[in-house]
Ligand binder design. Structure first.
Ligand SMILES: Nc1ncnc2c1ncn2[C@@H]1O[C@H](COP(=O)(O)OP(=O)(O)OP(=O)(O)O)[C@@H](O)[C@H]1O
Length: 299
C-alpha cells in the first residue's frame, strides 16, 4: 500500500514529478500519497482537476530526488469490451497496427551565431538534456582553450592534418574563421543520419549558409545576445582572445547579425537565462520534427 507522506517528503515528490513530466504535471492539483507498494511498484496517488488518479512507477523508490529518469506510466485505461471489438473487426476486417503517423525523417540542426554568443554553452546543456541527438564534433586548427577536451569539444588538429582531410574530401563544410580552420567531418553526419538520428552542427555564420545550400531541409537557428554590449561583455569575460582579436570578432559579429534573415529561427540567449535559450532550441527541434512534411515524405 502506498503510504501517506509528511509535508516535507510530499514537497520533494511534487518537485520531482513536476521536473520529470511538466506537461503531465500541470493539471495535477495535489499528491495525496506516494510511496512503495506491496508489488514493489512506486505508487503515487494524486488528484488532477478533481479526478483521483494513480500513477505506478516501475521501481520502488524511497528517495524522491532519485526518481529522475523513471518513466511515469499514465493511469491505466479501462479495458475495451471484447464483444464490441469483435463486432468492429467482423464489420471492418483486422485492424491495422502500423503507426498512423510515420516517424519523422532524421533532421540536421544547424546552431550558429556570432562569436561569444554562447553556442558552446547552449550545446553543452542541450547534450545533457537531449541524449537522442547526435552532436557532431567539429574539427579545428585553433588551440585548445582551458577546460576543453580533444575529441569531445572539438578535434584539435594541426593545419597540415586539416588540409589533408580537406584534400581527401572528408569535410562536409569548412571555413577559415579568425585565421583558423573549422570543418564538419562528413562521416559523422552521414553515419548518424543513416542510423536515423538527428544531427546537431555547430557552425559559424558563413558555414551555416553553405550547409543550407547543401541541405535545404536542415533547421537553421541563429543564436544572438540581448545586445551588442552584452555580447562584448561575454567575450571580454571569457578572456580567450587578446584585444586585437577581440576587435575583429566584434566587427565580424556586426556583419553576422545582418544575416539573421537567412536563418529559419532566431533565439536570444539572454544574459543569465541560458536554460531558457536551451529550452527554446529544444522546442524548435520538437516542432520541426512534428511537421507533416517531415513525417509524410516516406509514404
Ligand atoms: N546566457 C548566458 N548568460 C551569461 N553568460 C553566458 C550565457 N551564455 C553563455 N555565456 C558565457 O559567454 C561566454 C561565451 O560563450 P561560448 O564560449 O559558449 O560562446 P560561443 O558562441 O561558443 O563562442 P565562439 O564562437 O567564439 O566559440 C562563455 O564564457 C559563456 O560561459
Amino acid at each position: 500500500m502506498a503510504q501517506s507522506l509528511g509535508r516535507c517528503a510530499m514537497r520533494g515528490a511534487q518537485q520531482t514529478l513536476r521536473s520529470l513530466r511538466p506537461a503531465l504535471w500541470s493539471p495535477l492539483h495535489h499528491i495525496e500519497t506516494c510511496g512503495p507498494s506491496a508489488s514493489s511498484k512506486f505508487v503515487v496517488r494524486c488528484t488532477a482537476v478533481g479526478q483521483p488518479q494513480t500513477w505506478r512507477l516501475p521501481l520502488a523508490q524511497r528517495n524522491y530526488s532519485s526518481l529522475a529518469g523513471t518513466e511515469l506510466k499514465p493511469p491505466s485505461q479501462p479495458l475495451p469490451d471484447p464483444e464490441v471489438l469483435k463486432h468492429v473487426t467482423a464489420a471492418l476486417g483486422p485492424l491495422d497496427t502500423k503507426p498512423l503517423a510515420p516517424p519523422a525523417q532524421p533532421v540536421v540542426i544547424v546552431i550558429s551565431g556570432p562569436s561569444g554568443v554562447g553556442k558552446d554553452a547552449v550545446l553543452e546543456r542541450l547534450k545533457h538534456q537531449r541524449p537522442d541527438l547526435y552532436f557532431v564534433v567539429t574539427a579545428t586548427s585553433r588551440p585548445m582553450r582551458p577546460g576543453e577536451v580533444d575529441g569531445r569539444d572539438y578535434f584539435f588538429v594541426s593545419r597540415e592534418r586539416f588540409e589533408g582531410w580537406l584534400a581527401g574530401g572528408l569535410l562536409l563544410e569548412h571555413a577559415l574563421v579568425y585565421g583558423e580552420y573549422k570543418g564538419i567531418p562528413r562521416q559523422q553526419v552521414d553515419a548518424a543520419l543513416a542510423a536515423g538520428t538527428d544531427v546537431v552542427l555547430r557552425i559559424d555564420v558563413q558555414g551555416a549558409a553553405t550547409i543550407k545550400r547543401l541541405m535545404p531541409d536542415c533547421i537553421s537557428i541563429f543564436v544572438t545576445a540581448d545586445s551588442e554590449e552584452v555580447l562584448v561583455r561575454r567575450l571580454v569575460a571569457r578572456k580567450t582572445e587578446p584585444l586585437d582579436k577581440l576587435l575583429v570578432r566584434v566587427n565580424t559579429a556586426r556583419q553576422e547579425n545582418e544575416h539573421i534573415a537567412n536563418f529559419d529561427y532566431v533565439v536570444v540567449n539572454r544574459d543569465g537565462a541560458l536554460d531558457e535559450c536551451v529550452r527554446q532550441v529544444s522546442g524548435i527541434i520538437e516542432a520541426e520534427k512534428a511537421r507533416t512534411a517531415r513525417r509524410l515524405v516516406r509514404r
